[in-house]
Design a protein around this ligand. Structure first.
Ligand SMILES: Cc1cc2nc3c(=O)[nH]c(=O)nc-3n(C[C@H](O)[C@H](O)[C@H](O)COP(=O)(O)O)c2cc1C
Length: 191
């Protein structure tokens, strides 16, 4: 995909990309997207995140096995959209695991997510700006205990997303969304 420098275009062209070419993703690129992530907002600016960069084939294989099991369970009775365009994690150049600190109450709610997902979006937008593809995935959470064991996630931390990152297998057009008139209300909720 072509790099994008114009911001409105960037939003329109940031797509879920689940299949990648063999082209290497350099450490410099990974640092660049993670830097964008860490400029994201978080509640009280606590920056309650850690990022695991997975390149090791064995770790990828173990995570992939769990993810595929979660995927099969999720889509046991319905077809996934664009099923042909998905590679297993074993074939993805880099996996970025977004970890978030769980509040001392032990309950991760909307606010916990709100302190990690904007950073993930920063990461994905920066990736797209450079011409890379990525996708926010959360299905691993079905197999969370096993995945945390594989990745060595300590108590008090959770995994909010696994983001495959790489050079796309092909060009992707803009994302498609309904006009905002279908989702925007004036002054009060009208439904
Ligand atoms: C909260 C959330 C969870 C998601 N989980 C997954 C996932 O587990 N696996 C996956 O392949 N895509 C996942 N996605 C990606 C969505 O399917 C994708 O963003 C959506 O289909 C829009 O794609 P588009 O921007 O290319 O139109 C997730 C997205 C969000 C925001």
């Amino acid at each position: 995909m072509e790099p994008i420098s114009e911001v409105a275009e960037l939003f329109r062209h940031q797509r879920a990309v689940r299949a990648f070419s063999d082209r290497e993703v350099s450490d410099e690129i990974v640092e660049q997207v993670l830097t964008a992530a860490t400029h994201g907002p978080s509640g009280s600016n606590t920056q309650p995140w850690r990022w695991i960069v997975v390149r090791d084939a064995d770790v990828k294989a173990q995570v992939s096995e769990e993810y595929e099991a979660a995927f099969a369970a999720a889509y046991a009775d319905r077809a996934p959209a664009r099923a042909d365009d998905r590679q297993p994690f074993t074939e993805v150049p880099v996996l970025i695991v977004a970890c978030v600190q769980v509040p001392s109450t032990g309950r991760a709610g909307i606010q916990t997510g709100a302190s990690i997902y904007p950073a993930c979006q920063n990461l994905m937008l920066q990736a797209r700006a450079l011409g890379l593809g990525s996708v926010l995935t959360t299905l691993h959470r079905v197999k969370r205990a096993k995945i945390h064991e594989i990745l060595g996630i300590p108590e008090g931390w959770d995994t909010a997303a696994i983001i495959p990152l790489g050079w796309p297998d092909r060009s992707y057009g803009p994302n498609r969304r309904p006009p905002i008139s279908e989702v925007v209300m004036r002054d009060r909720c009208s439904e």
